[in-house]
Design a protein around this ligand. Structure first.
Ligand SMILES: Cc1ncc(COP(=O)(O)O)c(C=O)c1O
Length: 437
């Protein structure tokens, strides 16, 4: 099996190898893309995003699907998400601004954040944002009074922490009792928030929201979360006679990064969520609310690859060879931040056997700037070769920095053999443009 076949699940749907032995994405030869746009380069396969959007819509029929903008955001992606019938989950003033600048309908947006600024809330509410997820008790009064001043009754969710610990890296678990996000079911904060939000004339409480973490592969924690939430909904109904029309179950669906990672089965999750919700609703004597989801990674991660050029190659010992590339932790912080694993192939030698284990090193002044360890590449790897790293669509460009004064890479969209620049590469001039003296 070729490396491309082994990585099929992590690569964009359109990945293939041409007669020259080059990796092709969206009908574009990646060697040509690197020549035209330079490296490091994010290559976005529009087809993959569109396919994922339609398969998630089919798996969660009737549900509202918000694309979680934090994974990757640009005006072009906002427009694509809108065309695909998705809503937009924004978690900061900047994400909100980008959505509005793209002309995304505010009524189809939801705003998140554990520390939303008044200015962000004012902009969101005045723009007519569809939903705001309340994260803590003090937000209830702030959001309610900003809404009243704007002459609105703001539709809100209450973000709750169901006390579910998903099997993922600790930094991306969010549903456990120690999480900084949301109102805890244990201890009464969520109950208190329902009472206050329901009584506020500036707020229309639509329901609960729970996001249990990111890059989760197993459906069990979602099932557990639903059972906990319905148990709580039953208590609220019994105590206050209240039933809510919506329930937002967040995102967090895992994606394949390396060979052997199995794709997360959203169809199975869709069926499981529905049957669990129905059963839990029945046994708790509550009605099933309209469901909402907010995937980010699942929609976009596998739609992108990053192209890097190989530079210095250093054989540190018999067992250790460093292959350095012209990017690193400034365009992909995830290996350093949470030991995320990535695969890569030589895009200009995609058919050569990859049996030479190397460490793929970034160019930054940090020993921890290693993009992949034990990575099999062809033994012929040499300066000037092109590395393609799959599954870099989510939390890569959006977490990019200018560390070492490295300009951020360009992002190019590929579809049907055409490449279009989505975000231009930063220049050295960009790096000093904010300085005032
Ligand atoms: C509230 C909320 N919704 C959705 C997401 C998207 O998660 P993912 O990209 O893993 O689907 C996140 C990620 O942190 C989140 O905090």
């Amino acid at each position: 099996m070729s490396t491309v076949d082994e990585l099929r699940a992590a690569l964009p749907n359109t990945a293939e190898v041409n007669k020259a032995g080059h990796l092709v994405i969206g009908g574009c030869d990646t060697v040509d893309l690197a020549r035209e746009f330079g490296t490091p380069l994010f290559v976005f396969c529009e087809r993959t995003f569109v396919d994922r959007a339609s398969s998630i819509r089919a798996s969660f029929a009737g549900a509202t699907i918000y694309y979680a903008a934090k994974a990757f955001l640009s005006k072009a992606v906002c427009r694509l998400a809108e065309q695909q019938g998705l809503g937009l989950d924004v978690a900061s003033g900047g994400e909100l601004h980008t959505g509005l600048a793209a002309g995304f309908p505010p009524a189809r947006m939801i705003m998140h954040g554990n520390n939303k600024l008044d200015s962000e809330l004012e902009t969101a509410i005045r723009a007519g944002i569809g939903r705001i997820a309340i994260d803590n008790l003090e937000e209830i009064e702030r959001i309610g009074s900003i809404a009243r001043a704007a002459g609105r009754r703001q539709a809100v969710f209450l973000r709750v922490t169901p006390g579910v610990t998903a099997d993922t890296h600790a930094h991306i678990q969010t549903g456990h009792h120690e999480s900084k996000f949301g109102l805890h079911l244990r201890g009464g904060a969520a109950r208190e928030a329902i009472v206050r939000a329901n009584a506020h004339p500036g707020l229309e409480l639509r329901g609960l929201h729970a996001h249990i973490g990111s890059n989760i592969f197993d459906a069990d924690p979602f099932q557990e979360s639903i059972e906990v939430l319905f148990g709580f909904l039953a208590e609220i109904k019994a105590e206050f006679g209240l039933e809510f029309p919506e329930l937002n179950l967040g995102g967090g669906f895992g994606v394949p990064f390396v060979a052997g990672d199995r794709p997360f089965d959203v169809k199975h999750l869709g069926e499981l969520v529905l049957s669990t919700a129905r059963k839990a609703a029945e046994s708790n004597a509550v009605t099933v609310p309209a469901l909402c989801f907010e995937p980010g990674r699942w929609l976009i991660s596998n739609a992108m690859v990053t192209l890097y050029s190989v530079g210095a190659i250093k054989q540190a010992s018999d067992e250790l060879t460093f292959v350095s590339v012209d990017g690193g932790m400034s365009d992909n912080i995830r290996p350093a931040l949470y030991q995320a694993r990535y695969a890569a192939i030589l895009a200009n030698k995609a058919e050569e056997e990859a049996g030479f284990a190397v460490t793929l090193a970034g160019m930054h002044c940090e020993s921890g700037d290693l993009l992949a360890e034990d990575l099999p590449l062809p033994r012929s790897v040499t300066r000037g070769d092109l590395v393609a790293m799959p599954a870099t669509g989510a939390y890569n460009y959006s977490m990019a920095s200018n560390y070492n004064k490295k300009p951020r890479p360009a992002v190019v969209t590929v579809a049907d053999g055409q490449a279009q620049l989505m975000i231009r590469r930063e220049t050295y001039e960009d790096l000093v443009r904010l300085e005032t003296e």
